[in-house]
Design a protein around this ligand. Structure first.
Ligand code: GLV
Ligand code: GLV
Length: 322
């Protein structure tokens, strides 16, 4: 029997899976993110063999050293920028993530963000609840059509490709994309056109949606200069990682009308928002819930648990990232 530490309550199905495999599972009792100190203390209470961690946990060399017996850190997320993978390799710790299962869910949320900002759904909802609705009016809350418009995708991986399918097949949008390499899957799925630079996408697109991982090379991929290259009528959507966008530059651009609107599920310094962002009407904000459906969060729990079971039983896990 191995001991496994889970850094926060996750869907029960994952915990049950670990217990059914014969393991002792300790779930953090704190209703919130463990601070670094709390995490180190929790990990020192037992010689844990594995850790199931979250994207809100910063996992670095100090953490690996606090659990020297741990063979695997299974990250309950597709993004794993919270884990120092070089340190993991150095300490011979396996790191896994949960890709694939959340692709459709995140893409659907991304489409919802896009429609919400272009159809002014959240703004209209606020308007009614504030008691300001006094009847139909020809010029009330005019939005923007998407049919025939160009969607620019930055990062044509699984999620970007699924967003392209929804936008092209469901909404009749034209797709252009930038990625570090050309992706034939997105081209054959929706006739997407590859652009050699981020700038070309920004200049042409009516809506830009970001689906890159957070890396040194993608930090502030969207900055003040690049916001200024976008059409004044364009919208920016982000369901990837907050740090990919310079959020204070975006707040400024939204205030000044450099671009028309934005819809964001992720923030540069979560859960904090850039000063002034939440006061703007031309931005839709959701609290990092793009993968948060009952179905998907359950499947993520099962995949994260399976990775631990595989490693503890000496098998290569399916989604190894270090
Ligand atoms: C969510 O942001 C994830 O990376 O799974
Ligand atoms: C993440 O799953 C991606 O490849 O888009």
């Amino acid at each position: 029997m191995a001991s496994i530490f889970v850094t926060r309550k996750i869907p029960e199905i994952g915990i049950t899976k670990l217990k059914n495999a014969g393991h002792d599972v300790v779930v953090s009792e704190k209703d919130g993110v463990l601070s670094k100190k709390e995490l180190l203390t929790s990990l020192s209470l037992k010689p844990y063999d594995a850790v199931l961690c979250l994207l809100t946990d910063t996992i670095d060399a100090e953490v690996f050293e606090a659990v020297p017996a741990a063979k695997i850190f299974s990250n309950y997320a597709v993004g794993f920028n919270n884990i120092d993978t070089d340190a993991a390799r150095e300490k011979n710790v396996v790191v896994t993530n949960t890709p694939g299962v959340l692709t459709d869910t995140v893409a659907e949320h991304t489409a919802a963000l896009m429609l919400s900002i272009t159809s002014r759904i959240a703004e209209g909802d606020r308007f009614i609840r504030a008691g300001r609705y006094d009847g139909w009016a020809p010029l009330l809350l005019l939005g923007t059509d998407l049919k025939g418009k160009t969607l620019g995708i930055l990062g044509a991986g699984r999620i970007g490709t699924r967003v392209a399918e929804i936008a092209a097949h469901g909404l009749g949008m034209k797709i252009i994309y930038y990625d570090i390499k050309e992706n034939e899957a997105i081209e054959s799925a929706v006739g997407a056109t590859f652009k050699k630079t981020v700038e070309e996408v920004l200049k042409e697109a009516d809506v830009v949606t970001v689906h890159v991982p957070l890396l040194d090379s993608t930090r502030h991929l969207i900055n003040k200069e690049r916001l200024a290259m976008m059409k004044q009528s364009a919208y920016l959507i982000n369901s990837s990682r907050g740090k990919v966008i310079d959020e204070s530059a975006l707040t400024e651009a939204l205030k000044e009308g450099t671009i028309k609107g934005a819809a964001l599920d992720v923030f540069e310094d979560e859960p904090k928002l850039s000063p002034g962002l939440a006061a703007l009407e031309n931005v839709v904000l959701t609290p990092h819930i793009a993968s948060a459906t009952e179905e998907t969060r359950g499947k993520m729990a099962e995949i994260a648990a399976q990775a631990i079971i595989d490693v503890l039983e000496g098998r290569e896990p399916e989604h190894r990232v270090a």
